[in-house]
Design a protein. Structure first.
Lengths: 345, 345
């Protein structure tokens, strides 16, 4: 262990070297109390402290101020490119306000999520932004019980008094259904996301309602519920539908990663997108405009979501007079690109 | 501030409710000392502690053990998809070893990086993995002076005794040059990354050497040094070369983000890739195989890099007998896809 031992100069070490009492060192190191000490002494103490590489004991400091100026952000899947612009939106609000954003990736594993939360709270982050919420979520309940300020982002759960920034998932899917119906598609499949997530659940509900509203037939055989929002699950899901369902000409994927999996399945089967099958995604994550074909998708305002969640958290942390909005639900936009086309006769 | 106040049950609260001394509570809560207390008392204390939602004061605990079982990872640009698989590689080693990985994104800003480092050290992460290193790096020097165990990943800097996991950037570029020369390209441009980063520097050096080794002419007009590894800089760089240099038929980009910017510039100018211009990237980051055209690139073993860096850090943290390797340099592989083709006559 010798090579990792950390020896830090203590307040006492600095005081001894400077020949002053440690309370004097303490006063000098705090800009607010520095004027209480003579300029000559202050200059000597600062030089010695700097020279010895002294740093205030952060734990002692935290015990005193009870603030870390650190905010934790829990991400369910760091490999999903939808999150970085959300994170940037958070950082660009919290940074200038003096807070450092730290992130952790749960990889959709509840045990890892619990571990992260315990460690983050143990290091006393001042607040949390959770992109990991399930519709029923023990971790969120713990945060509530604990009284730590937190905001849910992207995914939400039922409950009074929970701050959240989400999207109109229900209405977003309706735009995709209308777009495909306008292109003449009659049999439109749905690759739904996990139903224990508000996103997967609301988009599925939106699909059913929009199909009905357009006077199309709801065929349960055209719906596949994926176990995760991953490319691999999207491929598996579309393959299952292609194998079992009666012919269909379009598929609405629960998000862009699932839609990307649809591209894979179509390529494997020698089917062309959009000529043989129209595909829509959800999120407009970075890079989908670069894909073959560029993806038609429902755009969520990533960066703005991050901004909004961070602003709510800030007003909770700073205890501003005005109560922040409980839940922000953003309106969405359909981005039509090359993965959708007129239905073949 | 009332609505964010956090009231936690203290050890004393639990002791009072249980009618025992707080040292008894302390003994019960530590599985190692629990046998010192009668089973009946232990059971009562545990029930009450649980009931009151008592958590050991994490700062007090840290002061005692001086271990947080948290490792900090500094990422220079969270929007670059090359990092998530590296992060996963880190997490999959550290997680099972009992460490939580927390991440922070410096957005290539030295001030933000310094702030993150200060906060992370203040919360006493046990160690650091830095993907942010510059060839001369004050933050790395501070970590050295501080004695905190750390490992550099992807980028490195000169210096004795610094642990690092990097790639054969020099040799990787040579593979790209050879590939293009074999396809008959004679005038091959280079969009170099920032020269204060080892990656940008070594790849530039590798380009010069490989061009010479193939008996091709080095034309300084064919080289553009980008200010950052971003899509926007790649677009700017290729546009500048197209505007100023004598005709060329291929461009070697310093990484995939720069190559993606080349796609943008070519599309804007009505030029086709690979028919009019071959493009190579570096990293084989996720999604480049999905692009139009799928990108020819030099593959770095992302996940394995993460594993290797985490394993080195672990042996530093756990103080194993065997000294870990000082620097690991991984060999690379050229992945030929659709963005390169025979040079036009």
């Amino acid at each position: 262990m010798a090579r990792v031992a950390r020896t830090r100069a203590t307040l006492r070490d600095v005081a001894e070297r400077a020949g002053v009492h440690s309370s004097t060192v303490s006063r000098v190191l705090n800009p607010k109390t520095r004027p209480m000490v003579s300029e000559t002494v202050a200059a000597r103490v600062l030089e010695i402290a700097n020279d010895m590489g002294y740093r205030a004991n952060p734990f002692a400091l935290s015990l005193k101020t009870n603030r870390s100026f650190t905010v934790g952000v829990l991400i369910p899947d760091i490999t999903n490119p939808v999150f970085p612009p959300i994170i940037r939106g958070i950082e660009k609000v919290l940074g200038p306000a003096g807070y450092t954003t730290i992130l952790a990736d749960s990889d959709e594993d509840p045990d890892i999520e619990q571990g992260i939360l315990d460690r983050m709270r143990a290091r006393q982050v001042d607040g949390l932004i959770l992109a990991t919420a399930h519709r029923a979520d023990q971790v969120v309940e713990e945060c509530e019980a604990d009284g730590i300020p937190f905001v849910l982002i992207n995914r939400t759960m039922a409950g009074e008094g929970i701050y959240s920034v989400t999207n109109d998932d229900f209405g977003g899917i309706a735009m995709a259904v209308d777009h495909l119906a306008d292109l003449g598609h009659r049999r439109i499949a749905h690759l739904a996301g996990p139903q224990d997530l508000s996103t997967g659940f609301e988009r599925h509900r939106g699909y059913l309602e929009a199909i009905k509203a357009r006077g199309l037939e709801i065929d349960p055989e055209l719906i596949f519920v994926c176990r995760a929002f991953t490319e691999e699950q999207g491929k598996t899901g579309l393959e299952a539908l292609l194998d079992s369902a009666k012919p269909f000409t379009a598929v609405i994927a629960g998000n862009d990663m699932l839609a990307l999996g649809c591209y894979d399945a179509l390529e494997d089967r020698g089917l062309r997108c959009p000529e043989d099958m129209s595909v829509t995604g959800f999120n407009d994550m970075p890079f989908v405009d670069k894909f073959r074909p560029p993806m038609t998708t429902v755009r969520i305002p990533h960066y703005e979501m991050g901004n909004a969640a961070a602003n709510i958290l800030l007003s909770l942390l700073e205890g501003e007079d005005e109560e922040p909005p409980k839940s922000v639900c953003q309106t969405l936009e359909l981005i039509v690109r090359g993965s959708t086309a007129k239905a073949r006769d």
